[in-house]
Design a protein around this ligand. Structure first.
Ligand SMILES: [Mn+2]
Length: 360
């Protein structure tokens, strides 16, 4: 099905081959999606009749195991354009289709200079719409990834004490996820305490957490190629009525989003449910970002739940629902789960951690 889609696009674009360069963190998700190969460097080449994977000696065995439907061709590390120049004639390739969103400008220039006469067509976000709709197998992997994140967090909160630094908490959570089976964390863990909670995206520091503060922890891991992403905000001892009111407002907004999510909603409509709840409680100006994003092989992918996406959220797409309130000088709260969109509702992939305020 995936290869058929690619071949249809080849025909539409009058190109001989679709090429994915997997290099320095770019192109890996598309490579894994089409072929199953999880290594860090490769070239995928799909023609009208055949599909190939070029890898160097580090990955001969792995590519045969993980991408058995792709014919393996040996590449020389660092000379991959020379390799393509050699292989393209025998593969009947005079023109290629490439995704400029996943390919560096310098790589396009290399194609032009090292393979003279090659015609280059571009298809921005070529696989994004296909990747947006998950198979049951993908959903199972996403749920397993979410389960590891939940289990790690539930262990973490039994260990958090006033005086621990944000960085120590982040490091401990990343260790726990890996120890519980994750391949790696899906992005640098955010631990934002006290007034720092007003920064939606924040880098943990050596600041010690203190009684009376809220601490926002945004984290996730990769398991079997698929990402998890969730956020909880916890209290350190007794907190002020103001902070509790902010917490309850975000919690209500997030629950309203979970209750409303289904495939009859557009991204705009679902965002509005969460945003209206916060606006009605007079915190509207402090909700500083969109409600959510897609999740899969990438931590951020289609579809988006924000004030721009006027498309319906498709059945079996996966999105985060993560409203927040951020008040400079006071602090902030964000609560996030990722869900699978269904016709009559949604399935929560982060259902194993409570959203009642956890106090340590
Ligand atoms: Mn997120």
């Amino acid at each position: 099905m995936k290869l058929e889609f690619v071949r249809k696009k080849l025909a539409e674009n009058h190109a001989d081959a679709y090429v994915i360069l997997n290099h320095e963190g770019s192109g890996q998700p598309d490579t894994a999606y089409l072929s199953g190969f999880s290594g860090s460097e490769s070239v995928i080449i799909v023609t009208a009749t055949q599909q190939y994977i070029l890898v160097d000696g580090r990955y001969f065995t792995r590519s045969k195991q993980e991408a058995p439907n792709f014919e393996m061709r040996a590449a020389n590390r660092g000379r991959v354009y020379d390799d393509m120049a050699k292989y393209f004639p025998e593969m009947g390739i005079k023109s290629i289709l490439i995704d400029p969103n996943a390919t560096a400008y310098s790589s396009i220039k290399n194609f032009e200079s090292k393979i003279p006469g090659l015609n280059i067509h571009t298809a921005p976000g070529m696989l994004f719409e296909l990747r947006m709709i998950k198979s049951q197998e993908e959903i199972n992997k996403l749920h397993a990834s979410g389960d590891v994140a939940c289990a790690a967090f539930n262990q973490l909160v039994t260990e958090i004490k006033p005086g621990m630094t944000e960085r120590a908490i982040a490091a401990r959570l990343e260790f726990l996820m890996k120890d519980m089976g994750a391949d790696k964390y899906s992005f640098d863990t955010i631990v934002a305490s006290g007034k720092m909670g007003a920064f939606p995206h924040y880098t943990p520091s050596s600041k010690e957490i203190a009684t009376g503060e809220l601490v926002t922890i945004d984290f996730g891991c990769y398991l079997d190629g698929y990402a998890s992403d969730m956020t909880r905000t916890i209290a350190i001892g007794e907190i002020s009525d103001k902070l509790r009111d902010i917490y309850e407002t975000v919690k209500g907004s997030q629950q309203a989003g979970l209750d409303a999510a289904n495939s009859s909603m557009t991204g705009i409509a679902l965002d509005k449910v969460c945003r209206d709840y916060i606006e009605q409680r007079n915190y509207g100006e402090y909700f500083l970002h969109g409600t959510g994003h897609g999740l899969g092989l990438d931590v951020h992918e289609l579809p988006y739940v924000n004030t721009n996406n006027n498309d319906l959220l498709p059945v079996n797409s996966v999105v985060s629902i993560e409203p927040g309130i951020y008040i400079e000088g006071i602090g902030g709260v964000r609560i996030e789960d990722c869900v699978v969109i269904k016709e009559n509702g949604c399935i929560n992939l982060n259902d194993k951690v409570t959203k009642e305020l956890i106090t340590v």
